[in-house]
Design a protein around this ligand. Sequence first.
Ligand SMILES: Cc1ncc(COP(=O)(O)O)c(C=O)c1O
Length: 358
Amino acid sequence: MKLFTVGPVACYPEVLEVMKHQMFSHRSEEYKKLHLETVELLKEFLETENEIFLFPSSGTGVMEASVRNCVKRKMLVCVCGSFGERYVEVGRTNGKEVEVLRTDLGEPITPDILDEKLAKCRDVEAVAITHNETSVGLINPLKELAEIVKKHGKLLFVDAVSSMGGVDIKVDEWGIDICFSSSQKCFGIPPGLAVGSVSREALKKAEEVENRGWYFDFKLFEKYQRRAGTPTTPPIPQIFGLNKILHLIEEWGGKYRYFQLYAERNRKIRMGIEKLGLNLFPKRGYESPTVSCVKAPKNIGGEEIYEKMRSKGFELAKGYGPLKTSTFRIGNMGYIEFKDIDEMLEALETVLAELKEN
Ligand SMILES: Cc1ncc(COP(=O)(O)O)c(C=O)c1O
């Protein structure tokens, strides 16, 4: 099966190869070396001096950690799809008051509406933004939004689950306090590892917040980071995988070359879709560079397209949440060859013709 999923995605063979490495203790010298080197590589990749913590969870774990560690009472969540809605739920189920800035589906969060909202709710301590809303295939203008959040003097949490590794994020320059992602997306590693950068400000805030819990306590992570480790047993194979992909990205010409590769794959998919007479769901100019959310043609369900494509050997992704039947999604994350894109688009043409005949 050729994967054009939105996570877990197909992994690079070189990544899978290093994950076979024999285990060692997470308190051993071997682990410390792997930990330190991987953290350094990721710091360079994200252009940050902030702490980089490695979490034994998926990305949602760090979403919850941001709320538990750095919000005493109230936060603002920007919502333009299902993962923003999840952030709201995570905030509320952790007992925080959550203000919501919600756009119509397919519309981005713009600096103007965020500025207006923040002027009205001055008492929020932090703002959460989904960088790339995977459910609708939309990317928000993070750099510009970050400027607004900083102008209002708030902490900034960024869900970069489906953008980190596929598009540039300058953590320090943009002033991002917490920026997190999962292994199974743009880095093309199996699931089980989440990574997050955490600023000095965020760590200072954590000191004032009670009931941070234990498993995701940033202060505990900071303490263990000084020993080149994590509080609990980390997913060592995935850390080997992350270390490998970060080295490979360097070998292949650096991060901008890697982002270029993502952009080229994405463009090829988008052009193919348009040639088939289909349109993307999000507002023009805000289409995600890592996942294309495609409107299903009239009278054909997105799920039917997904199933038929599977029968031809291509796993795409179904529409998500309220867009389940009206869209389908094509990811371009992880290990994908250009010839696979050609084959996938050919199969899609056949599938659409077959479904139209029925
Ligand atoms: C934007 C976004 N945020 C959060 C998540 C949840 O990530 P995880 O499944 O790693 O917890 C996803 C997963 O698809 C996502 O795309």
